[in-house]
Write a new protein. Structure first.
Ligand code: SF4
Ligand code: FES
Ligand code: FES
Lengths: 160, 774
């Protein structure tokens, strides 16, 4: 699978690089990976390498970052990535039950994708909204609070 | 200075020291895994926890800076409880497979587990398993054993200069790996095996071939480059099983190159010559030593009588020992004026007799680390001198301004101050530009040869760095030594050194090239004259002219014409031009001495008995000398030979024997060259007889089949942009190679490596090539 950063992505990465001192392009690796993921849907090895090449850092340095943070997807994901927080504060306030409910509804476990390619379920780390537990984030961008069964039903119905 | 008390002992340490540094100075051992004196501090294993007065929790000794008046206990109850706790965690996921682990017996985890581990595990759950990785032909992995100390990762980033291994994933899922599909290709990669404190990274060629406690450790010196790396050779049943570094901070520090480490495989290989052989009526016969020696002696005698000693020559590899070369020179002299030389790859001998001494580094190797600025001219630095490159890399990290003027833009994996990459014919012009720049900065008139040179910005930058305060040096590499204008380039570099005040030095071609010059093994006709003239008898000592000569095709021609060619080699080689093969010891099977590029004299003993009927070459030469009834061969030991050869010098060559100052040599003028010029390197594992025959090294990327490498621009200009395979022709011959686009090759050049049979027909290392698609 070949991949190359499109013009918009390259420009976006360069904007990030400019935020750091000269010779510190490696500091923009997280933003670079995010931008490549947005372009491609998920981070193929080629996408990771493209970011590394663009920043002139070793591919493995980018790979370390891409595999460390769980908001980067190094495996293909469905159209909607549902990430349920199961860290301690959420877990104490129904996070695990919320995850169980999503599993049951979608018929998949963590890190699995529905057969129709619509949903991927992920187990998330603290999203910084512990007071709103259970917390769910959709496609890394849409944060949903107090995810009761009803709200989960509504959310999944809405995502086509 | 800061005062610290560790386990009741007081000492003062410089500001910035860590508790670990302080403990090391006291000779106290604090258990550790991730800490390594040559690597940055990661503090991720937590094994080094110690108790610090007034600190609420134990602190990692490797990462805790000493503060004034600090009181540390390394073996208090709190410290030991913490250390034991860490050990328990480390062992949770460790497979405990010591009985089948190559690291067993030399494993830091095993050793520390004896002291800090419990006798049984409280952990009853499932252990994790990590898939092994393919890191290439040299390093074998058992990744489940990894304790994530990241020493291997930091080694790549900091010492090798390239991050090939990294830690993917997080927490319990962390794994050491390369980027998808990559292998570990660094020429220093084997050091990761030594650094890995457990059996996660082990030697692939050594795998399962012995237990470490069965091996005896013997000291020796590497024959593979001019540095003189100190080695430990590990031996079992009289066979070399493994090679490790012997720490010598002033030479190889605690590292060795992969060439030093893995070449030993050739010693036990199929190609070893174990019996003398002579060729009769076109048939090779195995004979006993007496017959072979008589044959060799009478051939030499006959040729000398018929044609005169002027038609007799000896060609030795620059890694033959001092003793071998001295006796070889003695033999040639005894015959009444035979020639001997080691500089097979050289083509311009204009410096002969003009230098103030033997060309050498110009300084101690340790002083390279202290340079403020260095200019390396014409060197495939990483591949020719892997550890010197490493030393310069560390220096560059500390601020040394390293510049390069050369014929290849290959990444040196270090920060360079300026880089100029040009075609071989342009080296003179660029050097002249540097001379001019230096003269301009100094405000003096440039010497005539450089007066009209054009000065680039890079040249000014480099010249300025060589003029600025501090120690600075200009090093000439193999490309300069092998250049058709070697003497003229030297003269220019010498001018540059004079104007800038930098020290001029040579990087050196072989483990004993300095020794060879000093013991008179470069007398009479030079190799070029021998091959071009009417050579009637030739003795080859370790040398393989079919690959090593500046013009292999012409060399082989000359050898085929000769009446007798006597090969002294550990390997079956030269079968098509020789008539007598004498199996002589490689460096592991003989005592001997190398004089390194810094003038350091290092003697070593044999580490194993000679294989089969192999004999040390110095003894063979001694017998030949006696058989020919030549004087000066009465030696009882190699030490006696060495003492006579080096006039009793030990330790270091006296400085007056060394010197890089030429007098009366004209500066090179740039040659105008039409067409594509050849850039030739000797790939790292095609450089000497041993490395060439080591299977694991032959499987590395550095040993990839040679191709014609050309930059994209040049390929387009030459209409080769889409060519896959090309026919390369020189004045001497032709060969067919794959074409590779490689933008490190300067414009108007084709890089075709030497040291391969495939490219030998091309003859000269320099000159123009005609490249056509096929
Ligand atoms: S492979 Fe060895 S050196 Fe590398 S992190 Fe694991 S234990 Fe440390
Ligand atoms: S623990 Fe779930 S958002 Fe913080
Ligand atoms: S040695 Fe100090 S934390 Fe590893």
């Amino acid at each position: 699978m070949t991949f190359s950063l499109n013009e918009a992505s390259r420009a976006a990465i360069d904007r990030e690089v400019a935020k750091y001192p000269e010779g510190q392009a490696i500091s923009a690796v997280m933003a670079g990976l995010r931008i490549a993921q947005e372009q491609n849907g998920w981070l193929t090895p080629e996408a990771i390498e493209a970011v590394a090449t663009h920043l002139n850092i070793p591919p493995m340095a980018a790979m370390e970052v891409a595999t460390f943070y769980n908001m980067y997807d190094v495996k293909p994901v469905g159209r909607w990535k549902i990430t349920v927080c199961t860290n301690l504060p959420c877990a104490l306030s129904g996070g695990e039950q919320a995850a169980e409910y999503v599993k049951e509804k979608l018929g998949i476990g963590f890190n699995e994708t529905t057969a129709d390619g619509r949903f991927t379920l992920k187990e998330g780390e603290c999203m910084g909204v512990c007071g709103d537990a259970p917390a769910i984030i959709v496609n890394n961008t849409r944060l949903c609070s107090w995810m009761s069964r009803e709200k989960i039903d509504a959310l999944l119905d809405e995502l086509k | 200075m800061l005062e610290i008390e560790i386990d009741g002992q007081k000492l003062e340490v410089p500001d910035g020291s860590t508790v670990m540094d302080a403990a090391n100075r006291l000779g106290l051992h604090i258990p550790h895994f991730c800490y390594h004196k040559k690597l940055s501090i990661a503090a991720n294993c937590r094994m080094c926890l110690v108790q610090v007065e007034r600190a609420p929790k134990p602190l990692p000794a490797c990462a805790t800076p000493v503060t004034n008046g600090m009181k540390v206990q390394t073996h208090s109850e709190q410290a030991v409880t913490a250390q034991k706790g860490v050990m328990e965690f480390l062992l949770i996921n460790h497979p405990l497979d010591c009985p089948i682990c190559d690291q067993g017996g030399e494993c830091q985890l095993q050793d520390l587990a004896v002291g800090y581990g419990a006798s049984s595990s409280r952990y009853q759950e499932e252990k994790r398993v990590v898939m092994n990785k393919n890191l290439g032909p040299l390093i074998s992995t058992d990744m489940t054993r990894c304790i994530h100390c990241t020493r291997c990762v930091r080694f790549g980033q900091e010492i090798a200069g390239v991050m090939e291994l990294g830690m993917a994933n997080r927490g319990e899922h962390s794994e050491i790996m390369t980027f998808v599909g990559h292998t570990v290709d660094s020429e220093l990669s084997g050091n990761m095996i030594d650094l890995c404190p457990v059996g996660a990274l082990t030697s692939k060629p050594f795998r399962y071939s012995a237990r470490t406690w069965e091996l005896s450790r013997r000291k020796t010196v590497s024959p593979h480059d001019s540095l003189g790396s100190n080695l430990i050779v590990q031996v079992k049943h009289d066979e070399v099983k493994r090679v490790l570094p012997l720490e010598n901070e002033d030479v190889n520090e605690c590292w060795i190159s992969d060439r030093d480490r893995f070449s030993y495989e050739a010693l036990n290989g199929e190609e070893r010559l174990t019996k003398p052989m002579i060729k009769q009526n076109g048939q090779w016969l195995e004979v006993d030593w007496q017959t072979a020696l008589e044959y060799a002696a009478s051939s030499l005698r006959r040729v000398t009588d018929e044609h005169g000693a002027g038609k007799v020559g000896m060609l030795a590899a620059p890694y033959a020992t001092v003793e071998e070369l001295y006796l070889g020179a003695q033999l040639m002299r005894g015959l009444g004026g035979g020639s001997i030389d080691t500089r097979l790859r050289q083509s311009d001998f204009g410096l002969d007799g003009k230098l103030s001494g033997t060309p050498w580094l110009g300084m101690k190797i340790a002083d390279v680390s202290k340079l403020n600025a260095a200019l390396v001219v014409g060197s495939f630095l990483r591949k020719d001198h892997p550890l010197l490159a490493q030393r310069l890399r560390q220096a560059a990290r500390r601020g040394t301004r390293v510049s390069a003027l050369g014929v290849s833009g290959e990444d040196w994996l270090m920060t360079t101050h300026a880089r100029v990459t040009v075609a071989p014919s342009q080296l003179a012009a660029e050097l002249a530009g540097l001379v001019k720049a230096a003269a301009d900065i100094r405000g003096v008139a440039a010497p005539a040869a450089a007066a009209s040179a054009s000065v680039s910005d890079a040249a000014r930058r480099i010249a300025q760095s060589l003029i600025d305060d501090g120690a600075r040096a200009i090093f000439l590499g193999a490309v300069v030594q092998q250049h058709a204008q070697a003497a003229g380039l030297h003269a220019l570099a010498q001018e540059l050194a004079r104007l800038t005040g930098a020290t001029l030095g040579y990087l050196g071609e072989g483990a004993n090239s300095v020794g060879a010059a000093v013991v008179g093994a470069q007398t009479g006709l030079n190799p070029q004259q021998m091959f071009a003239g009417d050579l009637r008898a030739c003795v080859l000592l370790h040398a393989e002219p079919e690959l090593d000569a500046a013009n292999p095709a012409a060399a082989v021609e000359a050898l085929k014409r000769a009446d007798t060619v006597i090969v002294m080699s550990p390997f079956k080689t030269g079968l098509d031009y020789a008539d007598c093969l004498l199996p002589v010891s490689p460096f592991t099977e003989t005592s001997g001495t190398f004089v390194s590029i810094e003038g350091r004299i290092q003697s070593f003993h044999a580490v194993v008995r000679p294989k089969g009927e192999t004999r040390p070459a110095w003894k063979v030469l001694r017998v030949l000398g006696s058989m020919l009834e030549l004087g000066g061969f009465r030696f009882d030991s190699s030490e006696q030979v060495r003492d006579e050869a080096l006039s009793g010098a030990t330790g270091w060559l006296p400085e007056y024997k060394l010197g890089n100052t030429a007098s009366d040599v004209a500066c090179a003028t740039p040659a105008a060259v039409e067409g594509l010029q050849r850039v030739a390197d000797f790939p790292i594992y095609r450089n000497d007889a041993l490395a060439r025959r080591a299977p694991a090294l032959a499987a590395t990327r550095d040993s990839a089949v040679p191709s014609a490498r050309i930059s994209t621009g040049t390929a387009q200009a030459a209409g080769l942009a889409t060519a896959k395979r090309v026919r390369v022709r020189s004045a001497a011959g032709a060969c067919e190679l794959d074409l590779t686009l490689d933008d490190t090759v300067p414009a108007s050049c084709v890089r075709v490596s030497a040291g391969w049979p495939q490219t030998a027909p091309l003859g000269a290392l320099s000159g123009t090539l005609n490249v056509e698609a096929v």
